[in-house]
Design a protein around this ligand. Structure first.
Ligand code: SF4
Length: 342
């Protein structure tokens, strides 16, 4: 059993099966999430015999180890984690004045294969468990000795292709006995898994949903994000609008600006048509070059032109300041290739 991925109720049931009182579960949760402890040995208010029993039962109070980390001048720090089966994943810590954000992974690799993405070039290996997802955020908070205020499923993998474990992790990140991150500070970013968007709308969560749009015409979007062939824009937009109607939560449309690919006048017109008249916000993101891929970032003037035009048409829009590009910790740059960062 992964204690780090268990809910309080599950842990209580488990603790009782050891002949221990129910409140021990709450004590363990405090050690795990408030104190960031990774070994039962350190849980000093538990009886020593019980701690030994937990260890003997082969239970995990942490399911990953920090293999390496690199920090950018702006404080952004990229972590390489080793999972118990020897696979690697990455997560990123992004400190800002008012918030401390972790961008976490939900899969080892990714099957979506987006043309511009470092992870997409490596293929899919497996889904992460809820424990492996939550532990990334917990371990980074402990390492930085800070309370993590925001967490985004924007690292490696397509979160909605690992729906059950991602949702369980989101609930643990949000729970009072877990990391206690406010639901409105939790974000899932998807490339557009339509059935999962409908399912998510039914969950009655106050979390944020971001869609990796990146192109507002089917031909180009299918080239950039192959999943668009399965769920083309008309189908995808229908699911997004239904989501906003059901939840009354706006969707963020992420649009990575790639020079000469999706930053022309036609692209801008398609984008403003697609984003106009419903509850969404366009986030324009300068592309971060990935070694061996042919793409470059659009210029500042082009970004500004997109921003001004969208706003003039009544579309809510902003430009995201990228953090951590120097340690390849920015969007689309996570690839478990720490050696290439040297
Ligand atoms: S951008 Fe996201 S969905 Fe696309 S390949 Fe990369 S990790 Fe997967």
């Amino acid at each position: 059993m992964e204690i780090i991925g268990a809910t309080l109720e599950e842990l209580e049931e488990f603790i009782i099966s050891f002949g221990q009182p129910r409140y021990r579960a709450q004590q363990i949760m405090e050690w795990l999430y408030q104190k960031g402890v990774t070994d039962f040995k350190e849980m000093t208010n538990l009886p020593e015999n019980f701690r030994k029993e937990l260890r003997r039962a082969g239970l995990s109070s942490s399911v990953l180890s920090i293999e390496g980390a690199r920090e950018a001048k702006d404080g952004t720090k990229k972590y390489l984690f080793r999972l118990q089966d020897g696979m690697n994943i990455e997560a990123v810590y992004i400190p800002e004045e008012k918030r401390k954000t972790v961008c976490f992974s939900t899969q080892v690799g990714c099957a979506i294969g987006c043309a511009f993405c470092a992870t997409g070039q490596k293929g899919f290996h497996r889904n992460l468990t809820a424990g492996e997802i939550v532990d990334q955020v917990r371990r980074i908070g402990s390492d930085r000795k800070t309370r993590i205020s925001n967490a985004v499923a924007m690292g490696q993998g397509e979160p909605l292709a690992n729906y059950d474990e991602t949702l369980r992790a989101i609930k643990l990140l949000n729970a009072d006995y877990g990391l206690g991150i406010a639901a409105r500070h939790l974000t899932i970013s998807t490339s557009g898994v339509v059935p999962a968007i409908y399912r998510l709308a039914e969950e009655e969560l106050q979390i944020n949903l971001a869609l990796s749009l990146h192109a507002a015409q089917d031909g180009l979007r299918s080239e950039l994000i192959p999943l668009n062939r399965t769920y083309p824009l008309a189908t995808l937009m229908k699911s997004c609008k239904s989501y906003t109607q059901k939840t009354n939560r706006r969707i963020t449309l992420e649009y990575i600006m790639i020079k000469g690919v999706n930053d022309g006048q036609e692209d801008l017109k398609s984008l403003s048509d697609l984003a106009g008249g419903w509850l969404c916000h366009v986030n324009l993101i300068p592309y971060n070059p990935v070694p061996d891929l042919p793409y470059q970032a659009s210029g500042d003037q082009t970004l500004q032109h997109f921003l001004n035009t969208l706003r003039s048409k009544g579309v809510a829009a902003s430009i995201r300041q990228e953090r951590g590009a120097e340690v390849k910790a920015a969007c689309g740059q996570l690839s478990s290739q720490f050696s290439s960062l040297a």
